[in-house]
Design a protein around this ligand. Structure first.
Ligand code: SF4
Length: 370
């Protein structure tokens, strides 16, 4: 099903617009790629006081400025030095869509010209940001625009956490990001080291300061990495993308499943729960006629019986290039009631940004194919 796209409702901004806006020098290092100690060290080389590091990081992380020039409590000479040595951000915003429900989606261009996306979703009591961890994805899930072009490279830590900051800077002064879901383009656990570094920044007191329990890492299920995450001592939430209740169907939907298998994934998720005490979420994208039949719901209930789990049912978002379609509402409701009747807690996720290219990777795909 195609989103009810109404271009007049969208705001689309681009730094490559008809005015030929000048881009920053992409050879420079992004300022937040420097650790606090590295920043102090750099300040020393510029004959600047070490205490300036805290001021600079405060502007970058907490305040909603978009250039060094706006850091008004820094001496003009230092602002100039910063602009000569660093990029303010590791990417340029080249696309910006705002949906009727105030969901905002950004298309970001990285220093090497590659594109990624991030999304801000607004609910009455929370502001959730969805971020990407790779350029493209190797997992090849059949319903997903991100996997259509394969994976090009991993994102660096600053390229991951800065997505949160760029959305934070777009928000109104009285709004704050309350939750982060690592569910955008890419398989987060396939870029484990950079993921962990970026989450450390997001949770650190001298970083973004978000509670670990407000962060959810979503995976198709890489058992070794799930175990490593469990042993890491953090309280991140884990979401496992299931999408099918048996291996035959799951391998068709999530091809990587062929070499792993549901049994191994569920065993690793069970260990995650035992070690962290965090209830596991199982994500299930419903596709009409493929995995949304009553027998699939019954089988899923049997699979998850006795586990401390929550199922998120996600009616598929339409993607032009794919043949799968969204489920019918009555089928979604029936699926939900079967799970509930069998004692499995489940919710249907509300569609966000239905009038923009809201499916994961769709904005990037449209730009790559145009
Ligand atoms: S759904 Fe996630 S894991 Fe699957 S191809 Fe898309 S980005 Fe990759």
């Amino acid at each position: 099903m195609q989103p009810d796209l109404s271009v007049s409702e969208l705001v689309i901004r681009t730094s490559l617009g008809p005015d030929g806006a000048k881009l920053p020098d992409t050879r420079l290092r992004a300022i937040l790629d420097l650790s606090p100690d590295e920043l102090v060290e750099w300040l020393r080389t510029q004959d600047q006081a070490p205490f300036r590091a805290k001021q600079i990081r405060r502007w970058l992380i907490e305040r909603r400025v978009t250039s060094f020039d706006q850091m008004t409590d820094l001496p003009a000479a230092l602002r100039q030095q910063l602009a000569e040595h660093f990029r303010f951000s590791p990417f340029e915003v080249v696309g910006h869509q705002i949906a009727k429900d105030q969901t905002e989606k950004l298309l970001l261009r990285l220093h090497d010209g590659e594109l990624v996306e991030c999304v801000l979703m607004r609910d009455p009591d929370r502001r959730t940001v969805c971020i990407s961890t790779q350029v493209g994805c190797a997992m090849g899930c059949v319903f997903c625009a991100s996997g259509l072009l394969g994976v090009k490279r991993n994102l660096s830590p600053v390229e991951i956490f800065e997505q949160v900051l760029v959305l934070h800077r777009l928000m109104k002064d009285d709004e704050r990001i309350t939750n982060v879901v690592v569910m955008g383009i890419g398989e987060p656990l396939a870029n484990y080291r950079a993921l962990m570094e970026s989450l450390t920044f997001l949770t650190a007191e001298d970083g973004f300061g978000l509670g670990a329990r407000r962060i959810t890492v979503s995976t198709v299920g890489l058992p070794d990495k799930i175990r490593e995450l469990a042993q890491s001592g953090h309280q991140y939430n884990l979401a496992v993308s299931l999408h099918a209740p048996n291996d035959t169907l799951r391998t068709k939907i999530v091809p990587i499943n062929r070499s792993i298998g549901l049994k191994e994934i569920l065993a690793a998720a069970d260990e995650y729960f035992e070690i962290t005490g965090r209830r596991i979420s199982y994500e299930y994208v419903l596709m009409s006629g493929i995995n949304d039949r009553p027998e699939h719901a019954e089988e899923l209930a049997t699979l998850l019986r006795g586990r401390n789990a929550h199922v998120n049912l996600i009616p598929m978002n339409g993607v032009n290039e794919l043949v799968m379609t969204a489920p019918r509402d009555p089928d979604t409701q029936q699926f939900l009631s079967i799970l509930e009747r069998r004692g499995v807690t489940a919710t249907v996720r509300k569609r966000k940004g239905a009038d923009i290219d809201a499916a994961c990777g769709q904005l990037r795909l449209n730009r790559e194919l145009s």
